[in-house]
Ligand binder design. Structure first.
Ligand SMILES: *Cc1c(COP(=O)(O)O)cnc(C)c1O
Length: 417
């Protein structure tokens, strides 16, 4: 008798997974950090490599039986080196946050100083925000964006770096629609003898696909997630110049982690292989073109966009321009089949749990093959909902139109039913 399936063993979990798959098929997923990993990536993620313990690095493991795991990790590293043009890659961080903590651990001791972009201005928690270990165990100073144009305030960055002499200067964003000025950051870091770390978690796929400037050559350390625009499995990675390889590797293992997640590393190798194909360049460019098209549709309906547009996959809309707050807007949009997150906007006068904005991203819908025409339609639906967030008839009408659109665009990695 063959081994029972998930449905036979655990129908409760199997059913929840099936429902989640249905949800991912039948909704427009505009959460800027999400995507659809391919079937190939998912197969590697769910592979028996997960059974294997392999603390250490290829050729220097602590357990026997590493013949294949060493090759898998070697392929992941080689492909990512080629994809990003870097000297060294560590693929073992469990996710983006542990990758950033490993960088702190590699170069800082508790109380040492860092400078990073504050959360309310579009930065990530792990760049020194107070509630994160990176802001609690280290002396983190935070810069913001300018009041007039909501772009990163480089004068403030230079001032903070000069005043506090941090060991690490962080750049990179989680809710900021424009390019990060890597060259200017590099100059500021160089002048102060700080190590510039670029966190490209959101835009790594765009960089890989040539649709966004790369910090390689400017930031000697680069961290990233692997599951956002890069479209890999959930995970993290650190790219760095060879001179920092030892410190980075030591900080990840044994400094912070035990055994690496080998199935995730295999899936990352698959994602890197996919990203090296010419079609990924087409994808990355389409993601950015789509965000611009959706932004133009929203602005034409009177929705305020932070910085007045986007250079990336991401839009930050101040929906108070439509007389609704971010959270009720996100809830109404979900009822209409459009899934996003509420988000603070720069200098937000509302509370973080009830802020003024919503954040939108085009990585996932572009993976379904949608183009600028669909983006303009979706932008119109978003505006319809923002103008009538409590009108059940409007929500139902948009929900039906969303479903019809989703049914004509299959999603990578998901069954078409
Ligand atoms: C998403 C993100 C992270 C954290 O990644 P997790 O995998 O959620 O831990 C770190 N930095 C930035 C800039 C991000 O956007």
């Amino acid at each position: 008798m063959s081994e029972p399936t998930l449905t036979q063993v655990d129908p409760e979990i199997a059913s929840l997974i099936a429902h989640e798959e249905r949800r991912q098929l039948d909704n427009l997923r505009l959460i800027a950090s999400e995507n659809y990993a391919s079937r190939a990536v998912q197969e590697a993620t769910a592979s028996p490599l997960s059974n294997k313990y392999s603390e250490g690095y290829a050729g220097k493991r602590y357990y026997q039986g590493q013949e294949y795991v060493d090759q898998v990790e070697g392929l992941a590293i080689a492909r990512l080196k080629q994809l990003f043009g870097v000297e060294h890659v560590n693929v073992q961080p469990y996710s983006g946050s542990p990758a950033n903590l490993a960088v702190h651990y590699a170069f800082l001791r508790p109380g040492d100083r860092t400078v990073g972009l504050g959360l309310p201005a579009g930065g990530h928690l792990t760049h020194g925000w107070k509630v994160s270990i990176t802001g609690d165990y280290f002396e983190a100073h935070q810069y913001g964006v300018r009041a007039d144009d909501h772009r990163i305030d480089l004068d403030q960055v230079a001032r903070l770096v000069k005043e506090h002499r941090p060991k690490i200067l962080w750049c990179g964003t989680t809710a900021y629609p424009r390019h990060v000025p890597y060259a200017e950051f590099a100059q500021i870091a160089r002048d102060a003898g700080a190590i510039l770390v670029a966190d490209i978690a959101h835009v790594s796929g765009l960089i890989a696909g040539g649709a966004h400037p790369s910090p390689v050559g400017l930031a000697p350390i680069i961290t990233s997630t692997t599951h956002k625009t890069l479209r890999g499995p959930r995970g993290g990675m650190i790219l760095c110049e060879a001179r920092y390889a030892k410190e980075i590797d030591k900080a990840v293992f044994p400094g912070l982690q035990g055994g690496p997640h080998n199935s995730g590393i295999a899936a990352l190798a698959v994602a890197a292989h996919e990203a090296l194909a010419p079609s990924f360049r087409t994808y990355a460019k389409a993601v950015v073109d789509n965000a611009r098209a959706m932004g133009e549709a929203l602005m034409s309906r009177g929705v305020d966009l932070v910085t007045g547009g986007t250079d990336t996959h991401l839009l930050l809309a101040d929906v108070t321009s439509k007389n609704v707050a971010g959270k009720p807007a996100a809830i109404a949009l979900e009822a209409a089949g459009i899934v996003c997150n509420y988000n603070s906007v720069p200098f937000d006068t509302r509370k973080p749990f009830d802020p003024s904005g919503i954040r939108l991203g085009t990585a996932a819908v572009t993976s379904r093959g949608m183009g600028e025409g669909e983006m303009r339609i979706i932008g119109g639906w978003i505006a319809d909902v923002l103008e009538a967030p409590t009108d059940a008839a409007v929500l139902a009408r948009v929900r039906a139109e969303v479903l019809a659109l989703c049914q004509t665009f299959p999603a990578p990695g998901l069954e078409r039913r």
